[in-house]
Design a protein around this ligand. Structure first.
Ligand code: A2P
Length: 340
């Protein structure tokens, strides 16, 4: 019996091992995490359960995904001593929303996320976007014509409040999401606690080589969101290129006996980029973690590298008169007006 217990513990530990990158804080960040954007309440808890059961140890969350409370139910039931997984084995990220950039709102937002997730600390907390919306509890405050009501607080002020969260032990590391290279430099120029991670849209059609190079130079790890092309997004246009159907990706997948999704994920982790594929399907959740048992050749990597066309799937949009139109581009802190 004792042997069996030890054996099953060993299996559990072995299953839990996925490759990771080291943050400058010394934390180990698993290279594959479960994305939870677009996973609705009602399906996200089971998705996280399936992921952790399969061996995921990294869950990517955000207040604005509107599903943290349900993820928290999973954490409450299954994370802790003598449970499915110990808290210190998990790497949990969340993000500060655009309406909460004022320094006096930052700690309360972080605490709300912790309360929803039923955790006492986060491994990583990111500023979700550099540009702010009008303060308040409506995540998308709007003018009568449907456009967003903005706020122009400087993200450097927000960063100072993020640093306090580390000092108070509420989060182990802080970082950025959707910031461009100039905005990253702005943060670094005033930071007492340096950003650890930049989370950005990244896949072969938007390879982000310059921005990744910039991050590496400054010691930031890059996380790729929408690594599979996020084809389940609301504002998807019918004429968009479909990444998972790309003939080059499919040919490489066939050669390795893997799926196109696994090739897209392997390409990221093989160049040291963390990826957070979203899925609520148990088989696809499992498949997306199985990217550590094969290697892409140099030629495969180069061939995938040629697919870059700086194609951004995730451009914030808003529904006006029943049509999705681009949003935020006029905001002075909008990140995508710079080259990278
Ligand atoms: P599902 O949740 O039904 O699995 P991204 O991570 O780029 O945002 O992409 C998420 C989209 O890709 C979702 O529609 C998700 O659907 C789908 N998806 C996730 N994993 C796979 C996979 N291994 N193969 C095909 N589609 C996948």
């Amino acid at each position: 019996m004792q042997f069996l217990k030890k054996y099953s513990q060993a299996i559990k530990i072995k299953m839990a091992i996925s490759d990771y990158v080291l943050l400058h804080t010394g934390q180990k960040m698993p290279l594959i995490g479960l994305g939870t954007w677009k996973s609705s309440p009602g399906e996200v808890k089971e998705a996280v359960w399936n992921a952790v059961k399969t061996g995921y140890r990294h869950i990517d969350c955000a207040a604005v995904y509107n599903n943290e409370a349900e993820i928290g139910e999973f954490f409450k039931e299954h994370v802790g001593a003598d449970k499915m997984v110990r808290r210190e084995e998990l790497f949990v990220t969340s993000k500060l929303w655009n309406t909460k950039h004022h320094p006096e709102d930052v700690e309360a937002s972080c605490c709300k996320t912790l309360e929803d997730l039923k955790l006492t600390y986060l491994d990583l907390y990111l500023i979700h976007w550099p540009h702010a919306f009008e303060r308040g509890d409506n995540p998308f405050p709007k003018n009568p014509d449907g456009t967003i009501r903005y706020d122009f607080i400087d993200y450097k002020e927000t960063w100072k409040a993020m640093e306090s969260l580390v000092k108070k032990g509420l989060v182990k590391a802080i970082g950025l999401s959707n910031f461009n290279s100039r905005q990253i430099d702005d943060i670094i120029s005033i930071a007492n606690i340096k950003p650890t991670v930049l989370q950005i849209e990244c896949h072969p059609y938007l390879a982000q080589n310059e921005l990744i190079g910039h991050c590496q130079k400054h010691g930031l790890v890059v996380t790729a969101y929408s690594p599979l092309g996020s084809s389940d997004r609301l504002w998807k246009a019918s004429d968009e290129p479909f990444l998972l159907e790309d003939t080059n990706v499919k040919a490489i997948a066939e050669k390795h006996g893997k799926s196109p999704a696994q090739i897209l994920l392997r390409w990221q982790v093989q160049r040291g980029v963390v990826a957070i594929p979203k899925s609520v399907n148990p088989a696809r959740i499992a498949q997306n973690l199985q990217v550590f048992d094969f290697t892409l050749t140099e030629d495969d990597m180069k061939r995938i590298g040629t697919l870059n066309r700086n194609w951004r799937y995730i451009v914030p949009k808003i529904k006006v008169d029943n049509e999705f139109v681009p949003r935020d581009a006029q905001h002075p802190h909008y990140p995508f007006n710079d080259p990278y």
